[in-house]
Design a protein around this ligand. Sequence first.
Ligand SMILES: [Cu+2]
Length: 169
Amino acid sequence: MTHRAPRSRLGAPALALVLALGLAAAGCGRGAGAEPSDDDAPALEVVDAYLGPSTGSSAAAYLTLRNAGGADTLVGVSAAGAERVELHRSERRGGLDVMVRVDELAVTAGGVLRLEPFGDHLMLVGLDAPLEPGDTVALELSFRRSAPLRVEGEVLGYDGVLARLGDAT
Ligand SMILES: [Cu+2]
């Protein structure tokens, strides 16, 4: 991971990502420049969880997982008021952007897993009731190594979701 960004060629979103990655690496240990290795204990933190408004009985959820420690894997998510939560990966296949349901998403040592619009994301399926801007939803994330993490996500309108793209949170 490089901390030197060629500023002239990077737009704001790319620069924000570089900064976020730098912060994660800086928080990883006491020793300067000590990168966590895969076998170190993971040190996960969820920041900025939010959802889009529901369409039908489903809704997309987004969050950022920062890992200041060793490698881990997100193996499942549950949400209050939803029958289940699927992990979706966005991939480009034959010139088309498609969503692929996956069983797990990797969180690399010292890395950041971003679940964001047009990228990998969560999908709440089988909602009890429609989700509208201002609602909050309790999510629980399960990992292969770490204890489960609970987080509250706020439901945003579509404009609010799009405004998060490129945010350096
Ligand atoms: Cu999806």
